[in-house]
Design a protein around this ligand. Sequence first.
Ligand code: ADP
Ligand code: ASP
Ligand code: MG
Length: 815
Amino acid sequence: MKVLKFGGTTVGSVQNVLTSLDILAEEAKTEKPVVVVSAMSGVTNLLASMADHAADGKDFSRYLKELEDRHLEIANGLIHAANRESVNARLQACFRELESLLHGISSLRELTAKTRDSVLSYGERCATFLFSEAAAQRFPKALFVDAAALIKTDSGFGHARVQTEVTDLLIRSFYSEHKDRLLLVTGFIASDQQGQTTTLGRGGSDYTAALIASALNSSEIQIWTDVNGMMTADPKMVKKAIPLTELSYIEAMELSYFGARVIYPPSMTPAFLKRIPIVIRNIQNPAFPGTAIRHDIRKSGSNIKGISSINDTSIINLQGSGMVGKAGYSGRLFSLLSREQINVILITQASSEHSITFAIHPADAPKAKKLIEQEFELELQAEKLEMPTIEQHLSVMAIVGENMKETPGIAGKLFHALGRNGINVRAIAQGSSEYNISVIISRQDLPKALNTVHDAFFIELKKTLHLFCLGTGNISSTLIRQLQEHHSFLQQHNGIQVKVVGITNTRHMVFDADGLPLDNWQEVLETEGEPADLEEFVQRMKRMNLPNCVLADNTASPAPIRFYEEVFRSNISIVTCNKIGNSSDYQQYRNFKDTAFQHGVDYYYETNVGAGLPIVRTLKDLMMSGDRVLRIEAILSGTISFIFNNFKGNASFHDVVKLAQEKGFTEPDPRDDLSGMDFMRKMLILARDAGYALEAKDVQIANILPPSCLQAASVPEFYAELKAAEDYFQALKDKAESSGKALRYIGTLDNGKASISLEMVDESHPFYTLSGSDNIISFTTDRYKERPMVVKGPGAGAEVTAAGVFADIVNVGAH
Ligand code: ADP
Ligand code: ASP
Ligand code: MG
């Protein structure tokens, strides 16, 4: 025989009740189950508000009306016309009874825990009655049962303790007397010795089901609710949560104790003792097998089973030198709290014994503080203890799983994920059972913490990176297109999902935490975007407080640079092709690196040098592996590369520069390239990455152009001067060619000295054969001394630059 419990969402909708009747019919084919029904979702809260309003002498009629409407609407949808009048009349009688109870509270202005339980019991009474009437239309043997007659408790109203022996007897005898009936029992409610209504604690209908199952030695308890079972996290908080196939009782207990309210923790005990499996199923997806909680579960691959949380808690901190080495403080403290029925969620004590921190429900905090002050009055006066302090607006997050036991690295992974996302941990507790590690964090960080930790532990679910893009020019557009094209490849091969959650250019900005569309983002930006404001963009990025964030600065503007440190401090990684930040003063470059490091985030700028070519990364790998850079030689300007690769034979320098401009290889004023400034910035960044604290002025630049060309007032005049200086260039070329050499504008870093100069290289030099607008770099290091390591390829263009930015983003995700 099975016990089936239908939760609040089931009874709150006509369709769900009909589905549950189908489920009953199916079960009844083998053996008639016992059914437990809880109040419609939200109704218990509604009743609690009514009681509070009444006690304050306020008007509660609005709530009462809502309660009536909800039940009558369901009755209309479920009950056949012939029966409707009598069902409605009985519902009405129930509402009037409740109303007079509330009037009583109101006139006395007093709400005892006992009366409160009576008020709350109407949720289950009405819903179960309605459900049983609907059931009776299909199963004539259906019988409404008020659990107050079956379940006996003490008089701990609000959270009464069950007297199991007498309860077992009552349930068994009732069941055997009504063997031919289909029992539909109210969840949550019970009664004490005097027959007064008590309740089993919020969420307690699951417990009712477990108590009945235990008394009747059932074969299974089915908990029908609105999710596909116990999930890896609360699906309302973590969209990627997935249902678990199996859990042990201890795992389910730990998860539910720390907030997974899909099952009420005390329900586990009777089931565990009698080895009755609990199966959590989804009423909206009845074909889905759900989660089984039982003995002898198979070993699963993942280290943790789930993550749960308690949204609102407070902590109390008790500290003082008097506690060090003295037995009895914690004993006194916790007996006091237990005596006063204050539930302690978790406790931590520093090994120095200087302080004890414990978490409790916020409503209990002021009372607990007062009690502690009374209990330890003498110690406080003697200054052996400091006044206890309360901290509010906190949450507990717990990771749970039996596989955690004796598996090293779990805590490391948890704290790495939290730290990298800037989530400060206030207190930590690990049960010695090692089934659970709990952390206390700020409430506002909870959604971010849950999602980031979920990503870290359930890697098969693809880590989500949240990307903010600065700039909508060529690079950003190409990047977003590439992200879209490689979306599924990234998920499959790198386990990464990139969501673009913010974009701005100088005119508009737009945000969407669920991800902007990658196909028509331009349109969305133009039509739905708000006016651009970089300062506000950064603030918004922070406020969104999403896990695993990356800012891609795809501009060439100095404006974003001043926000970099703030971004790192907000635990957001930066990926950038913008050279300005790294090539201004050295201290700024250092600050970026240090701040990123301190906050555990990444700062990648591969595309600062040679676009997508692996230059910065190669240098970093060499340095990290203990190699020493002796010399770097490089051609890092595609424009200059093109010019000198084509300035040969009969060509004139003037014509080659013109051709470069016509092909779009130069800036509007070619002198911006030929002056070597951009090249200088790249050399400076390389020198810094190679460990030299250079400033821009330390890079020696030999001019390619004679002063007349540099000084020309306009671009046409520049070309005229270039023509006039043709002899100078031809002489250079002739000199090179006559000795079998080629002219190359080469940046060199030698022994910490950086320079850029026009040189003549012979055939044996790796730069001799360079063609087109390619970049090339050679690293001579301790390890690569005889034959330097050379990286060569296209070093400019939106496609390869965006690909470099893309690779950097994926690298952030790899952590
Ligand atoms: P019922 O009224 O059916 O008893 P509850 O609201 O008590 O339903 O419990 C179901 C809810 O529990 C789900 O809607 C979900 O939001 C929440 N929940 C929290 N943590 C989890 C989890 N780990 N797995 C599944 N559901 C969870
Ligand atoms: N209706 C009660 C509550 O909301 C019991 C339950 O839903 O299980 O707490
Ligand atoms: Mg519940």
